[in-house]
Structure formats: structure tokens, C-alpha cells
Design a protein around this ligand. Sequence first.
Ligand code: SF4
Length: 721
Amino acid sequence: MTEKRITYQRTAPERGYTDRVLRVDLTRKEIKVEEVSAEMREMFVGGRGYCLKLVFDGTSGGTKYDSPENVLALAGGPFCGETGFVGTGKFIAGTISPLTGTFCDSNVGGHFFPLVKISGFDAIAITGKSDEDVMLVIDGDAGEVFFTEAPAMDGALIGAEELVEEWRGEGKQINVAYINAGNGAKNTFFGCINSVYYDTRRKRCRAKQAGRGGTGTVMRDKGLWGVLVRCNAKRAGSNRPADRERVRRAGKNLRDVIREVDPNSMSLGTQGTTALMDMMNAFHLLPVNNYQYGVDEREKAVSGFVFEKEYFKQKTPDGCYIGCNLACTKGHENHKLLTGPYKGKRVGVDGPEYESAAAMTNLGVFSIPWIMEFNWYCDQYGLDTISTGVTTAFAFEAFEQGYLVEEDTGGRKLEWGNAELVMELVHETAGGEEGFASVLARGLRRTKLWIADRASKRTGRPESGIINALNDFAMECKGLEFSMYITKESLAQQGGYGFALKGAQHDEAWLIAIDQLNRELPAFEKKAVALRWFPLFRTWFNIAGLCKLPWIDVRNPEAKNTPMPARNMPTVDYYIEFVNGTLGTEKTLEDLLLESERSYTLHKLINLRQGFGTREHDNIPLRAMAPVFMNEFLSRKEYYEEYLTERAGLDIAGRSDEEMLKMLHGDRRERYEKLTDAVYSEKGYDANGIPTDETMKRMGLDAPEYMQIVRAARKRSGNRN
Ligand code: SF4
């Protein structure tokens, strides 16, 4: 291939910003460096904010995930790469998603974006399509950016050490990292982006994933194998904060709290996020058999303690970037692959994270070796473990309910707990094989429609009726598969999933712990307030380029003396110090929340512009609110009887089980609608979920280009406000 190459003058970050975007057009093989306008920086900050703005400006209402103009945006934030603070390796990948048809993003850690930033860029915006697979190289040492042939690797992991070695430069440290999406991302709608870096302690490459929404699918659809960066500039102090001492102090305070609290509470430093397994199981929140049940006695075989004792044997700290002492990026060094093209090979497995482990319990699999197998192959292929697991679990239940038959599945009986079958489907799905696997490859929403069509033709029943029945247990919202929490008994988390702008992912509002475990949100009004405040503060982490876990999973001991301990305000104050120390400002929490709300509203506008974003798109399946079938109801009958009498205030005397289940459905649906009204009002939306003029003005988004979207959406929904 012809090499297209530019040279540029490397600009070091100043107070967190380089103020440059790297623009890449794969059709023309053009690479440009563009200045970031003061307005964009002021209004959208960085990270998700920049991704939203780049996608908003570069696309239109007609843009699909595979349109050449679709933008794959990658951005850290002003705090990304600061080695004196905690959790600063994060960046966001955002694009028009193949699953949802609108903006979806995912955050991921590692060394990639800190290296991009010291190479001189705050964001990368990729458009166009290349006929042949290429790799983009950012060489911060030479001040060059160029395309080169895609490496001969079929995934993210096998061959990673060789690739990194090839690019490190003679006698240099390994200051090389890359992102890519394996061949599975090309063949499915839920391809993830792997962020790969060399771990000097484990002496191998590690991979973290931007899992959700098919960002890897978009990358491969564009003919981009991946992006590699190398830069040997000094990292410590490279973010050039305004007040280094203030940043250092804030970082030390947060690290002290983590050191004191984590070993005696969540134990993320020793168990990683598998620490959640026991906790979720204890509170009926661990998904089992497509979210039918929340508890299972087999969970003890896959508890975080077993992971810690038997698999996470290497005791070195596992921060995904310099400066993080929460260090949750655990791994297993010696998994012998049981299936697939690399069967028999011994590999290092990164994670699993709770979500990947629970994706397997949701298929009835309670075995760590099989969880490792699933996790490693999904990473290698570039598949989101959540979407892969949840789509497959839905198909298993559709089979159990008789909507799918062996004739549809290539002669297979889809039975819970059959790990070999799960892996067979993973290999076929990733490999782009014809037949049933190619249906699963397009995600749950499309699988549901395919099943309804087949079942209707087979039985003569109307397709719409079958779709309605499947909707009750098809665990997706806005086209994105639910992440791994049972929400039947947490109204707040139902809203956390339903109102999330990208679809059913908990990164916008993970309220299950404070609502159901700690009972910190008992009143209805408090739930609505929380469903505004938490998404805004969580969104702030995504625009800042920071990891949320040190705030959300490590409760500062001083928090108990504050009016709302769940907000963890003493730790929030460390973040505010960090912000002001970096930028040389005196911003308050309210300022940060307003910045966050502006980006949040821009996301809402993109959803509306693409034809979504109104109330009906915030609906969630019945299974997310209540037991759907009698077996689920009977598994907690006493609990539900008590709920109906004590909490719902209903008279159940003489009622049959069927009648009680119906009463429960009615009660839960009504509560969700009431919550929707309350949350919309709290957020400044009308009853259809569209921002009011006043909200648009308050966000500074009242320019015609934004207002015309709101007006068109109101017209469509019959409300002229
Ligand atoms: S807490 Fe975990 S995910 Fe977050 S920055 Fe630290 S190691 Fe990375």
C-alpha cells in the first residue's frame, strides 16, 4: 500500500490540554491536525463531551453505523495521563452504534490514550472507509502519523508482545500501546475495542476493553485494524497542571482513603470486580438463566474469594495505569484453552471482570475455567462479553419457551449450563459463520425479530403477538443488551437502565448498591433526585477521562457524617481539588455538574435527531421490573406476598398465584411510569422526554442547530410545548 504520512510539531499538554484533534479520513487516506476551538473546550470539556461534539458535527440524522461519514471518536480528558492522581488512564470511544442506531460510547483504561496525549492530541476523529485493512501509527517520538499495513494478527492478543517489540525502538522502554478490534468485531454488531499495553510486572501484554455499543464493529467496518502509538516523552508531570502541589495533595488524599478502606470492604485490589459475585448473589441480584433468578447456590464455585485464592495468584499491584493504587485489573497467568482455534495453548487471561463472569452465570455456567475461556476468546475476537452473553441467554430462554426449535438452531438443544455449546456459538458467531450464529451476531433486538418471524411462520400465530411475548424477557433497551444486574426489586436501577441515553448499561446510573444493598434511597422522591444527580456526576468522570471506581466503590470513612453518604462527598472534594489544581480554576461541584449536563443533553439531542430519544424508547422489559413467569414468582413467593401486602398495600386474600403475579405486573408497571414522570420533571424534560426550552437555554444549547432538533422531535411526538 502507499504510505500516507504527515509530520507535525509535538505540542506538550498545558494545564491538561494539547488543544489538538487528529483527523483521519480513511477513504482519502488523509491525516490532518486541527486546533480545538475555545468554544468546544469551554462547553464540552473532553472525553465523552468531545466525542459527542465530534460525532454531532460530523454526522446527520441519516447517518448509520456503516455510513462513511460516521465518526469513530476517541478522546481522553484534561486529566487523562496525570500520574499524580488515581484512575487517569481512561478514554472514551464514541460513535453511531450498529446496535442502537444512535450515539453510544464506552470507556476503557490502559496506556493508550495517555501516550496519545503526550504525543500531542486530545482526541482522534476517524471517518471514511479503507478498501484494505490498515493500521494507523502515531509516532510521538518522530512527530509523525502514518498508515501502514495491518499486522497479520486475527485478534487483539495473540502476537501482541511481538507487535509491541517491533515498534518499541532500539534500546527504548516499552512506551508503545495500541487499540484494535479482532476479526469477531468485523462479523458482529457488538465488536469491542481492545486497549492493549505491556505490563512490565507480568511481562506480557494486557488488554482492557471499550466493550459496549459496537465501537469495534465500526472500527473494522472502516477498514481500520487498529491504532498504535509510541512516545518516549517523560510521563510524570507531562500534564503540566497549573498547581502541581495541589494535584499531588489531592492524589495523596485519595490514595490514603483507598489504602485504608478497600482491603476491608470491596477488596477490589485482590479480587478485582469479581468481588461483586458474592455481594450480588447474597442480595438476589446475580443474573441466572437470562435474569430469571438472582441467586444460586452454585455461586460459591465462582466467588471472588475463589478467584483470589486459586487464580489471581500473582500478588503484584494491578493498576491499569500509573498512579492507581486501587489496582483492580486482576488476571490469571495460566489458562489452558479448552476449545477453538487455539485449543491446548496456555494463555494469560485479563480479568474476568464481574460483568464477564456474570454473563456466564446468566447462561447457567458456574465454572471458573469456562468463564476464563469465554472471557479470553471474547477479548481475542473483539466481542463485548455482555452483549455476547445476553443475546445467547435470550436465545436459550426462547428455546426453553418453545419459540425456537432445533430446526432453527442447526439441530442444537439450547440448554442452560452447557458451557461447550456456549463456546461453540461464540466461535461461530465471531467467525461469521452462516446459520444460527449469524443471527446472534446481530445482537438481541434483531435476534428477537428473527425468532418471531420463524415462530410465526411455523405456528401461524401473528408475528406482532409473538414479539410482544418475547419483549417481556428480551433484556435490551434502546437496542443495547442489559448489563449484569437483576433490577426487579430496585425501582431506582430500573430507571438507571431505562433512562440511560446509550441503552441498558449501568455506567450512567449504578444505583443498585445504594438502593437495594444499603437502602439509602427509600423515598420515591429520593430515587428521582438520584436519577438526575448520579448520571450527571458519573457522566462527569467520562468527560474528564477518569475512572469512577475510586469514587463509587471506595466509601470515604468521613462520608457517613454527611447528609447523603452515597454521594461520597469527602472524596468528591478531592476530585474538585484535582480539577482546580490542573486547570488553575476555582470551579465548584455545581460547575462540574453543569458541564456534565450539557454533554448529557447533547447526547439526548443526537438520540432525538436519529429518530429516538422520546418516552417510548425509555421502556424496559417486564423481566427488568418483575418476575415474568410463574417459576420466577414461586422461587420467591413469600417475598412477593409480603411485598404485595406491606409495600404495595394490596389485598391478596383468596388470590391465586396467577392473580398475584398479574397484580405484581400491574403494580410494577405503574411505579415505573410514575418514576418516569418524576425523573423527566427533575431533568427538565416534557412528558415525552424532550428537553424544554428552558432546559436548552440553561445548558447554553439554544442555538438554532440544537433547537431545530428539539422542535422537530416535539412535532413528531405531537407535543408543541
Ligand atoms: S480502579 Fe481499576 S479500572 Fe480504575 S484505574 Fe484503577 S486499575 Fe484501572
